[in-house]
Design a protein around this ligand. Structure first.
Ligand SMILES: [Zn+2]
Length: 255
């Protein structure tokens, strides 16, 4: 069903597949759950990871289905995840968003249950979300467009939102951005949980320091140096035979 796909779109979806595998490599995998999506360049909707396989098993452009903004499948083989409104509602509200991600990384899932705003323990580059909002309406799957809309409302014009007792959603203007934001957010949640449980007195970086860091990080997203590092790390993991990361497409017949 994906025949007729432009070479450019195929290249982008192959990159999106690598982005899914990077998420798996970086601890965002949760068995067969979690997904990424890419806005269709022709305005038909968005390409979403197919259901039934892990993020680490997403091999190339064939592992995505094209859904319109009402969740109806337009192209691609395989089933779609029921949480498609996460992506449709962000992309409808945010014309700047090209790619989005929803995952269940361990520390961010734990932090999603915490009612205090996520503090910054270690200040890093601008990829790190600053006081990310929390969507609190429900801990259930986001299967209805109205739930997706409320979640997109909570996200606002940011790049990350914690989903209460559930997981995280990230987005960006390039394919790598939601991955890099998600990795940074998971690290932040781990640091916050460790310092919070340590019993030590601790201090936050000042808002001025944080603003300077955020400004400095813009170049990293733009010039892709951090992304290039994760692609090299992924290539090494694949060469070594990391079991969480597949190097062959999963046959549709096995699902
Ligand atoms: Zn979920």
């Amino acid at each position: 069903m994906t025949s007729g796909m432009s070479a450019e779109l195929k290249t982008d979806l192959d990159e999106l597949a690598a982005a899914c595998r990077v998420l798996e490599m970086e601890g965002h995998g949760d068995r067969i759950w979690g997904h990424m999506a890419l806005r269709d360049p022709d305005g038909r909707g968005f390409w979403m990871k197919r259901a039934g396989v892990a993020l680490g098993e997403i091999h190339d452009s064939r592992d995505f289905v094209l859904l319109d903004f009402n969740g109806r499948k337009q192209a691609g083989d395989g089933k779609s995840h029921s949480e498609w409104p996460i992506h449709s509602e962000i992309m409808k509200k945010r014309p700047d968003v090209i790619a989005s991600s929803h995952t269940h990384p361990f520390y961010a899932c734990v932090y999603s249950a915490c009612e205090e705003p996520l503090p910054t323990v270690v200040a890093r580059s601008g990829i790190q979300p600053y006081l990310p909002p929390r969507y609190t309406d429900t801990s259930e799957l986001i299967r209805k467009p109205e739930q997706g809309r409320a979640m997109a409302e909570a996200l606002g014009d940011g790049t990350a939102v914690l989903l209460r007792n559930h997981g995280i959603v990230t987005c960006g203007t390039t394919i790598p951005e939601p991955v890099l934001v998600g990795i940074a957010l998971e690290k932040m949640c781990r640091e916050a949980l460790v310092v919070g449980g340590s019993g030590f007195k601790w201090s936050w970086p000042s808002p001025e320091e944080m603003a300077a860091k955020r400004k400095g990080g813009i170049g990293i997203i733009k010039y892709d140096s951090l992304w290039a590092y994760y692609r090299r790390k992924l290539a090494r993991a694949e060469a070594l035979g990391e079991p969480l990361i597949g190097t062959q497409p999963v046959s549709m017949d096995s699902l």
